[in-house]
Write a protein that binds this ligand. Sequence first.
Ligand code: NAP
Length: 338
Amino acid sequence: MSEISLAVVGATGAVGREIIATLQRRKFPVDSLRLMASERSVGTTVETAWGDVTVENLADAEPAGIGIALFSAGDDRSKEHAPRFAEAGAVVVDNSSAWRMDPRVPLVIADVNDAAAMGHEGIIANPNCTTMVLLMALGPLHGAAGLVEMVATSYQSVSGSGQQGIETLLDEVDHFAKDTEALRTGTWETPSPGAYVRPIGWNVLPLAGNVVSDGYTDEELKLVNETRKILEAPDVMVEPTCVRVPVMVSHGIAVSAWFERDLGVTEAADLIAAAPGVELWADKVPTPLDASGRYGVLVGRLRPTIGRSRGVSFWVVGDNLRKGAALNAVQIAELVAG
Ligand SMILES: NC(=O)c1ccc[n+]([C@@H]2O[C@H](COP(=O)([O-])OP(=O)(O)OC[C@H]3O[C@@H](n4cnc5c(N)ncnc54)[C@H](OP(=O)(O)O)[C@@H]3O)[C@@H](O)[C@H]2O)c1
């Protein structure tokens, strides 16, 4: 790979910071590095492997000369600025949901559908973190047996909501720790408003994202639509429920999936164990604490479905900031860079 001028947009956020660390760990051939964020961060200096870099304001950053721009600054910024960067010659790898369902934009999980990246017209989208973790394990099963239907329930960590989610969990755990007896008796006091509609500290929220249609949240619809696009399987039936849990990092998904032909547990285990970036834990129970800080995703609890044949159930868990965001973005950049 030849050296590339790189920009990280949203460089001060949970994903942006992980992208900088991932570029460094994977020794990405960076010629020059530019960091961009909001007006609030302008002038902040970030120490990187390529020297100290001063954060620029995205709103007036000049994109000429940038080879690859890794965007994670939210949908509105991606909608507004990604085309401007692409027109100036950069390949944009976008972590937001702004472009994922645009037919001109490939939606790529490295090691699942790499070839799709090559058809880009300036913007490549990084899938939603829950879909990404799930399809790392489900993609190889679909390739072998043809996915027909799945019921998937996610257990999503607060870092999936960025820095604000992390701060809300920390604040609320402290708040409730002042009177733990109240958690037993139901006399707890509502904490100050945080990132979620109900408290997340010592709690579980059976609603991740915002309800957008027919009682489903945007997170749930991403799981449906992005699965179909990535697997090129527009008729796959997906029944999603997305839940937010008081976990700092890593999203888990409990899934039951049915296929065109009988896929026994032994064959499924072999396929999962052979998949790049996936580890099968046959005898240990993989949890978010185990997955956090790892690049690969972990699969456990693999078993045949009980009610209907041709199906398997399993649990998959992966670091939403790494494979679910930063690592995949950097892997796409590596594919583009050749
Ligand atoms: N967290 C995850 O697990 C995850 C996974 C996949 C995709 N994503 C996506 O990645 C994006 C960032 O998520 P995050 O979790 O890193 O959020 P975050 O921690 O809240 O960080 C947001 C970043 O965007 C920047 N930003 C906000 N408003 C801006 C503006 N008006 N102009 C320029 N920059 C602006 C922020 O800069 P300041 O610090 O200056 O405000 C910060 O660098 C989102 O689109 C999210 O959906 C997140």
